[in-house]
Ligand binder design. Structure first.
Ligand SMILES: NC(=O)c1ccc[n+]([C@@H]2O[C@H](COP(=O)([O-])OP(=O)(O)OC[C@H]3O[C@@H](n4cnc5c(N)ncnc54)[C@H](OP(=O)(O)O)[C@@H]3O)[C@@H](O)[C@H]2O)c1
Length: 259
């Protein structure tokens, strides 16, 4: 198991030349994601880094830091059609807690100058995840109702903004009164349930929808919450699973809800 006290910075050499589609960026801000915490605490398998022969993690194997904002320092020949040295950019890369990253040109965009590096770095993972879940997979439409779990977290706040952009109705679950007040004040959310009690939010969601259920569930809760979320869906509803725990644990689903 990886332990937090074993984490340390290491130096590494940058390659002498870049691949044509690569961009080298000096990192000015990187974000700490839920996945970084899970990896650092050994809660997620790290299949690329685990050596089945020695049953040990390889050196430098844990890829911490998934997103960055910074300034372009070098560009590959093909990437130079889109990016110049000195451009302010943000996006995805490996090992983003490093001072320099090298990433494919398709994994970054130019940063609007009015956004600070710290604001920009809070966007890529959460917005890409909810866009993929709610727009690409669920094909969310105006007027549909979405249940957003743990809505005060990074994913939740991105999902709220996307749902508001689409014109969908939102029901949020949160774990405290402070989080509820934050969402009321910041985004004008009005419908809430308690994310820490499956029984409570399940009953509240059905009550708030007159027993009809919701069109889309954006789920990151684990255990019995998955079954309860499926039972909150309208006929034809979509369940978007973005949690990792039950997938990695090969958890079973009771198929009775399909009856
Ligand atoms: N599949 C993907 O590509 C993808 C990408 C990004 C994130 N995710 C998943 O989405 C979930 C939320 O991510 P996030 O970036 O929004 O995280 P975050 O900003 O840290 O928020 C996490 C929220 O989850 C709740 N929570 C439940 N158990 C927790 C625990 N043991 N420790 C801390 N918080 C806990 C808390 O809300 P309440 O107490 O209010 O319930 C908290 O506000 C995670 O499960 C993450 O793995 C998936």
């Amino acid at each position: 198991v990886v332990q937090l006290q074993t984490l340390k910075y290491r130096s590494f050499d940058l390659p002498a030349s870049l691949s044509p589609t690569d961009v080298q960026v000096e990192v000015h801000a990187s974000a700490l994601n839920f996945k970084d915490l899970m990896l650092a605490l050994g809660m997620l398998d790290n299949p690329m880094g685990f050596d089945q022969q020695t049953l040990k993690y390889r050196e430098n194997s844990v890829n911490l830091g998934l997103e960055f904002s910074g300034i372009v320092k070098n560009v590959g020949t093909a990437a130079s059609k889109r990016f110049n040295i000195g451009d302010q950019v943000f996006g995805f890369a490996n090992h983003c807690f490093a001072s320099q990253v090298i990433t494919h040109e398709h994994f970054l965009v130019k940063k609007p100058l009015h956004l600070s590096h710290t604001d920009a770095v809070s966007l890529p993972i959460v917005f890409a995840t909810v866009y993929a879940g709610l727009i690409v997979k669920a094909q969310l439409k105006p007027g549909e109702t979405v249940l957003i779990h743990s809505a005060a977290g990074g994913i939740g706040q991105a999902a709220i903004q996307l749902c508001q952009h689409v014109g969908a109705r939102i029901i949020c679950t949160v774990g405290s009164r402070e989080k509820r007040e934050f969402l009321e004040k910041t985004y004008g959310c009005t419908q809430f349930a308690n994310s820490h009690s499956t029984k409570e939010w399940h009953a509240d969601v059905l009550k708030l929808t007159d027993g009809q259920g919701v069109d889309v569930v954006l789920n990151s809760l684990k255990g019995d919450a998955i079954q309860a979320g499926l039972q909150c869906l309208k006929i034809g509803g979509r369940f978007i699973e973005i949690g990792k725990v039950d997938i990695l644990n090969h958890s079973q689903l009771d198929m009775n809800f399909l009856a």
